[in-house]
Write a protein that binds this ligand. Structure first.
Ligand SMILES: Nc1ncnc2c1ncn2[C@@H]1O[C@H](COP(=O)(O)OP(=O)(O)OP(=O)(O)O)[C@@H](O)[C@H]1O
Ligand SMILES: [Mg+2]
Length: 421
């Protein structure tokens, strides 16, 4: 009898769901997805996948919906439901990362506190609320980064260099709506120096196996909106072992078992420092880049670890892959100046809907500062492959930064300090 994998919670990206379902089936598993009838009804199940409608996304409802057919494995491929998936595992007596760990990973303050107690971070981090933020900032050593304890896409994140920046940060919240949904919990962190990368890995029974490092391109201070990535990172050869060793310490302290891992990290002065961690793969086409750069099917690797305890065999990268996102500041129509990439030969795929408009302007009280309407995927081999892909990504990033500053959200940046200038 083949093993069943219960995926709790639909991810935002249907592509990710299709990849996960395909991987489960390729390994002879039976993928089942649990979510509310309303959520499941909105999309068609991928081939070979069973929908399990639940009354609500809660432990009793998911366990009741399983009935007598207890799943062999329970996972979540989105951070919205990692805690719930772990609680379901615990209710069914299945092994895996504890719910307490998943709860700590989804809360940037708790992650930071646990790492600090273990000597794995030097970042100063205070927890506060939107209401108490002015008082906390008044006694803080500026600059700092203020961000929600849990959210994504760099929305609600801001570099605060001077007390006058507070007003701009407050503009990115609707305080009543944020308080109602618990999104008004914030952290105030010291600014981490260095260049930023992300690491994709799988953890197999508590042991970290790195799949790839990625260079991150963002809009820099003060918003840090992510505009593209390049894989493998130019730091791979020099930093691979240090990153692996650091992540191993992090995983051991947090007690993560068998899981996908996405860590955002800064490299500085020979040290690795954590920005944030997830027990799923990175969004923003990172899974696509693992396939383009390394030929790695990320979900196959994760589920082979889950179903068979297999550890991944990481091949050498076949060239450099990259992605960059078309988009704009929220509230402004899409206007793009040029598609004349510096290295047109490295452009593999363009997806763009110039007439699209953002679907939502805020989520649970956090106002979305920018939106994406398409992407460009790049690939180049040879000695200058990295440079060609990185220049294409920087070309998109620089156009993003030159979009009409009058409609830029929450005031103009004081200066620009991207990870790649
Ligand atoms: N303490 C810090 N020091 C320096 N930069 C930071 C700090 N915290 C966050 N950043 C920058 O802001 C970005 C967004 O922060 P973070 O990753 O915590 O939030 P996020 O909303 O999950 O972002 P995303 O979904 O884009 O990864 C980081 O990738 C990093 O560039
Ligand atoms: Mg992040």
């Amino acid at each position: 009898m083949s093993a069943s994998i219960l995926i709790v919670g639909l991810p935002w990206s249907q592509d990710e769901l299709a990849l996960a379902v395909r991987a489960a089936r390729a390994l002879g598993g039976r993928p089942v997805v649990a979510d509310t009838e309303r959520a499941l009804g909105a999309i068609r199940p991928p081939e070979g996948c069973t929908w399990l409608p639940v009354e609500e996304l809660s432990v009793p409802a998911v366990v009741a919906a399983c009935g007598d057919s207890r799943p062999d494995h329970v996972v979540s491929i989105t951070e919205l439901t990692t805690v719930l998936a772990a609680q379901v595992r615990e209710a069914l007596g299945l092994p895996g990362t504890p719910a307490e760990t998943e709860a700590a990973v989804t809360d940037k303050f708790r992650t930071r506190s646990l790492l600090r107690a273990a000597g794995l971070t030097a970042v100063d981090c205070r927890e506060t609320s939107l209401r108490d933020l002015p008082g906390v900032l008044a006694s803080a050593d500026l600059p700092v980064v203020v961000k929600p304890v849990a959210f994504t896409g760099s929305h609600g994140v801001r570099h605060i260099a001077a007390p006058s920046d507070l007003a701009a940060l407050m503009d990115s919240y609707d305080p009543d709506a944020a308080a109602e949904s618990g999104r008004d919990r914030l952290i105030v962190e010291s600014v981490i120096p260095g260049d930023e990368i992300s690491a994709e890995a799988v953890c197999v029974n508590g042991e970290v196996h790195l799949l790839g490092l990625t260079d991150k391109f963002n809009t820099g201070v003060p918003h840090y909106y992510e505009v593209g990535h390049v894989m493998p990172s130019r730091y791979t050869a020099r930093w691979h072992d240090r990153v692996r060793a650091y992540l191993q310490d992090v995983v051991s302290v947090l007690k993560i078992r068998t899981s996908a891992l996405h860590a955002e990290l800064k490299l500085h002065d020979g040290r690795v420092e954590l920005v944030e961690l997830h027990t799923r793969f990175g969004g923003g086409s990172i899974v696509h880049l693992l396939a383009e750069a390394y030929g790695i099917r990320a979900y196959d690797v994760w589920f082979a670890a889950l179903l068979r305890g297999e550890v991944p065999d990481v091949p050498r990268a076949a060239g450099t892959a990259g992605v960059a996102f078309f988009g704009g500041w929220a509230g402004a129509p899409f206007r793009w100046h040029s598609y004349d990439f510096p290295h047109a030969g490295a452009v593999m795929e363009l997806t763009l809907d110039a007439r699209a408009r953002p679907k939502v302007r805020q989520h649970e009280g956090i106002r979305l500062g920018y939106w994406r309407t398409g992407r460009a995927v790049f690939h180049a081999a040879g000695a200058d492959g990295y440079a060609r892909v990185a220049e294409n990504v920087a070309f998109v990033r620089d156009q993003f930064l030159s979009l009409d500053p009058a409609v830029r959200p929450h005031g103009s940046p004081t200066h620009h300090e991207g990870t790649h200038r």
